[in-house]
Design a protein around this ligand. Structure first.
Ligand code: NAP
Length: 194
């Protein structure tokens, strides 16, 4: 059984971006210490176009070999002219509107999203599955999430795009680790309590 991990960046008050999803204010915290942590611990979460400038183009995948994104999150890459933003991973994009995949490396999940994710989790071997977001897809897949890795930036948004676009329901998690950084970023890892 492979784990589905929602590895996500958010503000102190739990927003993954402004009301439109923009989280660029968080980029200011990508300093040497925190980037060093990301590139050495989660290199596969660095988008393909940024790997060479960061000197990690040859880095192997450590935690994940698969990524799942909602189409709105993937759209950011498409708008930048990138059709396979995580070419070093198996890429899945949930979308009912993309009639065909813009890239042979990207598989579109148009229906039965939860069932498809269960099939991926049930595959033997391999590394974990990274749920990249955004909010809507994370809300739909909340029941399937086995692990949360929450990068919390020391900013309050007041309102914005919530971590989960879902209705009210309590889901319990166990805190497994907390890592703090000099610039005030926190990375908390939680395991799902079933
Ligand atoms: N802070 C972070 O770490 C982080 C991480 C990721 C994303 N984000 C932000 O999140 C924002 C996007 O989040 P979002 O909630 O608006 O959208 P999203 O979850 O990325 O994508 C929503 C889209 O996914 C497709 N979809 C949803 N459920 C589906 C289902 N059951 N079956 C098939 N397709 C399905 C639909 O695409 P179609 O319309 O094509 O049908 C829907 O419009 C972006 O602005 C991004 O910057 C932040």
């Amino acid at each position: 059984m492979r784990k589905l991990t929602y590895f996500v960046a958010c503000s102190i008050d739990g927003f993954i971006g402004d009301p439109g999803g923009d989280a660029s204010s968080m980029f200011a915290f990508l300093d040497e210490e925190f980037l060093g942590y990301l590139t050495s611990t989660y290199p596969e979460t660095i988008a393909a176009h940024a790997r060479e400038p960061l000197g990690i183009e040859a880095a192997g995948n450590l935690r994940f070999d698969t990524v799942i994104q909602g189409r709105a999150s993937y759209q950011l890459a498409l708008d930048a002219g990138v059709t396979s933003p995580y070419a070093h991973l198996r890429e899945y994009v949930a979308s009912r509107s993309l009639a065909e995949s813009p890239d042979p490396h990207v598989e579109i999940i148009a229906e039965n999203l939860v069932e498809r994710v269960r099939e991926l989790k049930a595959e033997d071997g391999g590394l974990g599955i990274w749920l990249c977001g955004g909010s809507q897809v994370a809300g739909e897949l909340l029941d399937e999430i086995d692990e949360l890795v929450v990068k919390t930036y020391p900013q309050v948004y007041g309102s914005g795009m919530p971590m989960f676009g879902s209705g009210f329901a309590v889901a319990d998690f166990t805190l497994e680790s907390v890592r703090t950084f000099g610039n005030g970023v926190l990375v908390r890892t939680y395991a799902r309590r079933r």
